[in-house]
Design a binder for this molecule. Structure first.
Ligand code: F3S
Length: 427
């Protein structure tokens, strides 16, 4: 792999052993991927927190948080002292909500260990945003900017909505990128890999957030890891609809880049989106596909009595919290049901300040940050049937926790929370 003089100096130890280990990791990783060089990045979304009992034991045996970072983020058997990070880094979601240990079923020792780790990484310079939606809370890269992001729903948003460039990175590669400001130059960093491969023609109206989730879910299923080009968007989607679309497409398939013609910065028209590629296939999303996807995603839903409603996957926007508050104000969550809503810390602080949190909590909902049910594997005790406005959550939770899932709009979910019954219908 070709290295610049600065990269060679880092690899030779100029900036200390941790940076040297990071360069070693990036070179091994890049060679495995066939990358010819690295690319500079100053935008990382990383998970480098320490939350598991295994890591806690490891830290105790091997010498604290430097040891945890060396082993789990640098793939280094030797414990090296971790210096301040070189590239701007925000933290992605956690495996539980540290402020809600009881609800999450997490013991105090685990929370204390997390807090110790949080102090360590923030001391290095990491921003503890703890969200899967970094673009909502200050990490908003510009078109063409090279990034190194974890979290599939954020990656597709970064590539497809913002026009910035990232692959779906892992804990080790972002750990190394934070210390060096470099990431292998391959995959979606390269123009050639960003061009469309499949032509998707919309033949039915896709408007609501629920519709966008269904469209994403159908596309992911059809194209898997390729690059769809979606033509025929008539109702311009807002932030929430785009994030639900991307989260769904990266759940049913592994879509990391999609072109929405007229919306994606690199897709002002069909020709630009394909960039000279001949589409492998033309797919049509009409009324029949729309309904079939709704039926597929609701396939596990059998009992209409709902024990749990979860909103906030990906983490809710300010607008979605406001909408949920408007829908539930003056009502109460049913005694036999729970409503949990997840958002980013920074957004909750606004909701706390403007009274949104109070409206939700007065109705009996719980507004939480930093994680979600799928990530924390936490749902209210005894949950058998759950309802979601997120295709991603409806996709994963039946598989992870064996529960029945209903999928619908936020209005249907709030109704289910307040009545304890699922009455959603395909609209
Ligand atoms: Fe975020 Fe959890 Fe969904 S981390 S994208 S809310 S699965």
């Amino acid at each position: 792999m070709q290295l610049t003089d600065d990269e060679r100096a880092m690899a030779d130890g100029r900036d200390g052993p941790a940076v040297q280990r990071a360069m070693d990791l990036l070179q091994r990783y890049g060679r495995a991927l066939g990358a010819e060089r690295l690319v500079a990045t100053n935008n990382i979304v990383a998970s480098v927190s320490a939350t598991t009992p295994f890591m806690r034991d490891f830290a105790r045996r091997k010498g604290g948080m430097d040891a945890v970072f060396s082993e789990f983020s640098l793939d280094s058997a030797d414990v090296v002292t971790i210096p301040k990070i070189r590239a701007f880094t925000t933290h992605t979601q956690l495996g539980f909500v540290p402020d809600e240990p009881e609800r999450m079923g997490v013991d105090e020792a685990t929370v204390q260990f997390y807090r110790q780790g949080e102090a360590f990484i923030t001391g290095l310079g990491v921003q503890a945003t703890n969200t899967c939606t970094p673009y909502q809370v200050g990490n908003l890269p510009t078109r063409g900017e090279h990034c190194a992001w974890m979290e599939s729903s954020a990656v597709i948003y970064c590539n497809s909505v913002l026009g910035a460039r990232t692959n779906t990175e892992g804990r080790e590669s972002v750990g190394a990128a934070m210390l060096t400001g470099r990431i292998p130059y391959w995959g979606y960093h390269l123009d050639a890999n960003r061009r469309g491969t499949h032509h998707v023609v919309l033949e039915t109206t896709v408007e609501s957030t629920s519709d966008w989730g269904l469209l994403g879910y159908w596309i992911g299923d059809q194209v898997q890891e390729r690059v769809p080009v979606v033509e025929g968007v008539k109702c311009i989607p807002n932030l929430a609809r785009l994030k639900h679309f991307g989260a769904a497409a990266s759940s049913s398939g592994g879509v990391e880049m999609a072109h929405l013609v007229g919306i994606t910065p690199e897709a002002p028209n069909l020709e630009a989106a394909f960039g000279g590629n001949r589409p492998i296939e033309t797919l049509r999303f009409g009324a029949a596909e729309h309904r079939a996807t709704w039926e597929k995603i609701n396939a596990t839903g059998k009992d209409t009595q709902v024990d749990y409603v979860m909103l906030g996957c990906p983490h809710y926007t300010m607008e979605q919290l406001w909408e949920a508050a408007r829908l539930i104000e003056g009502r109460k969550v049913n005694a036999d049901c729970e409503l949990w809503i997840f958002t980013a810390r920074a957004i909750k602080s606004i909701a706390d300040q403007n009274g949104t949190t109070k409206i939700l909590e007065d109705a009996g909902a719980h507004l939480m940050t930093d994680s979600c049910s799928a990530m924390s594997r936490a749902v209210p005790k005894g949950t058998r049937v759950a309802a979601f406005d997120s295709a991603k959550q409806a996709h994963y939770l039946p598989a992870i926790l064996g529960l029945q899932a209903w999928y619908g709009g936020v209005d249907e979910c709030i109704d289910a929370a307040c009545t304890g019954r699922w009455q959603g219908r395909f609209a």
